[in-house]
Design a protein around this ligand. Structure first.
Ligand code: MRU
Length: 367
């Protein structure tokens, strides 16, 4: 385990990520063929950077949620596949391609719901297939450049999402977000939190209401930490309080991220999102989804085709490694849900704001 200063290692221009004078946190760093990940399991108590030199360890880090959040998983997987290429550099061309593709298939299994992982690995795979005759060393350099592009493009997409999205937020009021769709969940800056950061930079007086996001507590641990770091007002609630706050008029908008968006606009996001969307509709509160086009899966017609990850019971029956639930209780732990498109007021992407009918709007993003 090695501690590093993220800002020293960061390869993107930090000036891009400033909000109110602070720099948005980033979840990863890549330097001299080594990947560093900020261990999100330990935040906010500890800021520990872990060092990764092999694709196998990167795949495990994604599974274990050292890094999480759809775009961050995609970028990390891409660097993992660059590490795979480095490990195979002394093989001949044929063997390099064969072994690299095996490792890519393994990486694709790390987490099933966030499409960004598949999208990023397939982007590198296309290059491997196109350049299968190239020397492994040259092909590795091409893959490394592509992984860095995937990262930088994501940050730029987040900045554009912020630019388009901030207009939709009120000048003043409560904005509910769920889970963490911030710098930690992306290449930096964030999607839902990018919109909030951009609105705050423009002087909007927003109080972010962060749902704690049981069981992993991305809201309580990560979103609250990021916003406090950025000096943006944030109030933590238990997930079940969202409806009451809407009834009382304390939530004026909802903005969340996404793990996968189907071609019809159905949205997979952290478990609990669907309930919030129904409550928003019942209380006349706009419900926005902020996500880059890399989170849209144009090959999936509707949300019921999106694979939903189930995680182990330990996340629910224990708290801080202590048993809290009755011993012997059965547990069901789906970690994402599907919000049907008719509950989504708009999807904010780097290409602009999409509205119903989502089918043609999404189709236009790919043409
Ligand atoms: O299980 P996680 O923490 O990876 O889930 C993350 C979310 O659901 C986020 O809201 C989503 O990925 C959007 S991230 C910009």
């Amino acid at each position: 385990m090695k501690e590093i200063n993220a800002e020293e290692k960061y390869v993107l221009p930090l000036s891009l990520l400033r909000t109110r004078g602070n720099t948005s946190v980033v979840p990863l760093s890549w330097e001299k063929h080594i990947l560093y990940l900020l261990d999100q399991r330990l935040l906010p108590q500890e800021e520990t950077w872990l060092t990764y030199r092999s694709v196998k360890d990167v795949e495990q880090a994604i599974r274990d949620m050292v890094v999480r959040g759809a775009p961050a998983i995609g970028i990390t997987a891409a660097f993992g596949m660059v590490l795979a290429a480095y490990g195979l550099k002394d093989k001949n061309e044929g063997l390099f391609v064969e072994k690299w593709l095996e490792k890519a298939a393994f990486m694709l299994q790390a987490r099933p719901t966030a499409v960004n992982l598949k999208w990023a690995v397939e982007r590198l795979e296309k290059l491997v297939r196109e350049h299968y005759k190239m020397s492994p060393s040259n092909l590795t350099s091409i893959l490394e450049k592509e992984a860095i592009s995937i990262w930088t493009e994501d940050v730029k997409a987040n900045l554009a999402i912020g630019f388009y999205g901030q207009d939709l937020l009120p000048e003043t009021g409560g904005v509910l977000t769920h889970c963490n769709a911030g710098g930690l969940a992306t290449g930096g800056y964030g999607t839902a939190l990018g919109v909030i950061r951009a609105a705050a930079s423009r002087g909007k007086e927003i109080n972010v209401i962060a749902g704690e996001t049981r069981p992993w507590l991305q809201g309580a641990r990560l979103t609250a930490w990021e916003l406090i770091r950025d000096d943006i007002a944030v109030t933590l609630i238990v997930d079940g309080a969202a409806g009451f706050l809407m009834q009382r008029g304390w939530i004026n908008s909802v903005v969340v991220g996404a793990d996968r968006i189907a071609a019809n606009g159905d949205v997979a996001n952290k478990i609990g999102t669907y309930a919030i969307a129904e409550l928003a509709r019942a209380n006349n509160v706009p419900f926005y989804v902020a996500a880059p086009v890399s989170t849209i899966d144009p090959f999936i017609h509707s949300g019921d085709q999106i694979p939903i990850e189930e995680r182990g019971p330990g996340e629910i029956i224990t708290f801080a490694e202590k048993q809290i639930a009755a011993r012997g209780v059965r547990v069901h732990n789906p970690v994402f849900d599907i919000t049907p498109h008719h509950l989504v007021t708009a999807i904010i992407t780097e290409l602009g704001v999409l509205k119903e009918p989502y089918g043609p709007a999404i189709y236009a993003c790919f043409s």
